[in-house]
Structures are given as C-alpha cells and as structure tokens.
Design a protein around this ligand. Structure first.
Ligand code: CAA
Length: 263
C-alpha cells in the first residue's frame, strides 16, 4: 500500500485535516494504516500553528469499519498482542495531541473505528452514522483502548452493554447517551465540522491548547491535583503575548489578532 492511505494537510489557518484513505476496505485499520496514521499524527504534533485537527476518512459509507479482519485472521496471540499495543499507542498519540481533535463520522464507526473516534476529543456525526462494538461477535473484544475509553464516556453499564451485545446504534441514540457532541444532516457534515474548527481556531491558540491539557487532566486526576494543574496552566497563559493581546483587545473594543503573534 502506498503512503497515501493516510494524508494530513492544512485546510485553512489553524486547521489541519488528517484523512484515512482506504475506502475499498471501508477504511479498515491494518498495520500499514496504523503506522501511517502515527507518522501523520507525529508530524501534526509539531505543527505549532494548528489549533484543531479534523480526523476524517474518504468515502460515504464508513468512517472506519474496524480493525482489518482479514489481517487478523491467522494472528497468533503474540501477533494479536503487538497489533493491540500498536493500535493503543497510535490512538494515545492522537489523544495526546496538543491540538483539539474532532472526529468527523459520516457512516459506520464499528469496532476499532469507534475506538478511533473515541480517541478524538469529541465526535461530530452525520444522521446516517452507525456506531457499535461488534468484536464479541468475532470472538474478540475491543483491543485499541475502547474498553477503557467507552467506560469513561458512557459509564460502566452502558459501555459494557455495547461491548457485550455487539448491537449497532444510530447517531441519535449515541447523541442521547453523550457519545456525540453534535449530529448534523449528512450533506452538512463537512461544512458543520469545518465551521466549528474555524471557530476554535479563531480563539487564542495558546489558550485553546491549555484548555485541552486541563480538560484531559480532569480525566486522569481528581480533586486537588487537577485544580493545581489548572492553576498552573491558567497562570502560564499570562507568560506570553497572547493574553495581553486578548485582554487589551477587549478593553480597546476591537477583535484580537492572535494569528500574527509569534509562538
Ligand atoms: N476488515 C477488513 N475488511 C473489511 C472490514 C474490516 N473490518 N469491514 C469491511 N471490510 C471490507 C469487506 O470485506 C469488503 O471487501 P471485499 O469487497 O473485498 O469483499 C468491503 O470492505 C466492503 O464491505 P461489505 O461488503 O461487508 O460492505 P456492507 O455494506 O455489506 O457492510 C459493514 C458494511 C456492516 C460495515 C460490514 O463490512 C462489516 O460488518 N464489517 C466488519 C465490522 C466489524 O466487525 N468491525 C470490527 C472489527 S474487529 C476490531 O475492530 C478489533 C479491535 O478492536 C482491535
């Protein structure tokens, strides 16, 4: 497979698109796609001018239909462990990006596809999207971090129901359960996601990154530690020109000019 199975490009100032391009296999994640995704994530991480990453895929039918079943068919337990560890590390690298990551889900997000969307900061889906964890129907369990992330997102009982029933859920149900931030009409999905990305990219870039770090810390720490980290990040916003620009712009009744500030 050529390196074009995952591409990253700048859509507009502050917004990068990371796109999986394997529509013939419904964007199923094989080892090559995972390695390429990691390569693109690592390059996006160094993009200091980006505030938002839109994670999306090519084709109308599926965001990602899961890990590649054909590749896994004859896996030994060692190979399966390595595959799971690879997927977990790629998805963690995605979650840990300093930018806000939006998963744009246009169709099936099943198994590893749902796990990938869960590794984003939030998910925006088409009304046509379908979600589920069919792994138990294959005699497997989710192996790319989904058992952990779905419990955090839906709570233990709902997550376990999803994991053990292998049922598929509509975007409407997923939205009601809090899995999705927004559900948009299918034809409006790209423009809706891009408009939100642009709104985020127009804010103070350092502040957006600090907000993400603080919010992520809320997931892994509790109580005082989280508050202390928040206070550190809050005060660090005052170290650069960005807060000066934002605060002065308000006082001077003008729009802030964040993008021209050197970082
Ligand atoms: N792996 C490999 N190939 C896949 C695939 C997958 N996960 N999902 C779809 N494909 C391939 C199909 O084999 C088919 O290829 P061919 O044309 O060469 O036969 C092509 O994509 C189109 O798929 P379908 O013909 O099946 O399309 P459909 O519209 O009839 O059905 C679907 C769509 C319901 C998504 C169905 O493809 C499907 O159920 N896919 C598998 C979903 C799944 O079980 N995902 C979990 C995988 S396990 C996992 O993810 C483990 C983990 O956590 C690490």
């Amino acid at each position: 497979m050529s390196t074009s199975c995952v591409q990253a490009f700048e859509l507009r100032a502050g917004v990068v698109v990371c796109e999986i391009n394997r529509p013939d296999a419904l964007n199923a994640l094989n080892t090559e796609v995972l390695h390429e995704l990691l390569r693109q994530v690592e390059s996006v991480k160094c993009n200091d001018s980006a505030s938002v990453v839109i994670l999306r895929s090519v084709g109308d039918k599926a965001f990602v239909a899961g890990a590649d079943i054909k590749e896994m068919l004859n896996y030994s337990t060692d190979q399966a462990f390595r595959f799971s560890s690879l997927g977990q590390s790629v998805f963690s690298a995605l979650s840990d990006l300093p930018q806000v990551v939006i998963a744009q889900v246009q169709g099936f997000a099943l198994g590893g596809g749902l796990e990938l969307a869960l590794a984003a900061d939030f998910i925006i889906a088409s009304q046509k999207a379908k979600f589920g964890l069919p792994e138990v129907g294959l005699g497997l369990i989710p192996g790319f971090g989904g058992t952990q992330r779905l419990v955090k997102r839906l709570g233990f009982a709902k997550a376990l129901e999803w994991m053990t029933s292998a049922e598929r859920y509509s975007a409407e149900v997923a939205y009601q359960l809090g899995l999705l931030n927004r559900v948009l009409e299918h034809e409006q999905l790209s423009t809706g996601v891009e408009a939100l990305a642009q709104t985020i990219a127009a804010q103070g870039p350092r502040a957006v990154r600090a907000a993400k770090r603080a919010a992520r810390a809320a997931e892994s720490s509790h109580g005082q530690l989280g508050f202390e980290f928040e206070a550190q990040l809050f005060s660090s916003c005052f170290a650069g020109a960005e807060a000066r620009e934002g605060l002065s712009a308000f006082v001077e009744k003008r729009k802030p000019e964040f993008r021209s500030i050197e970082r």
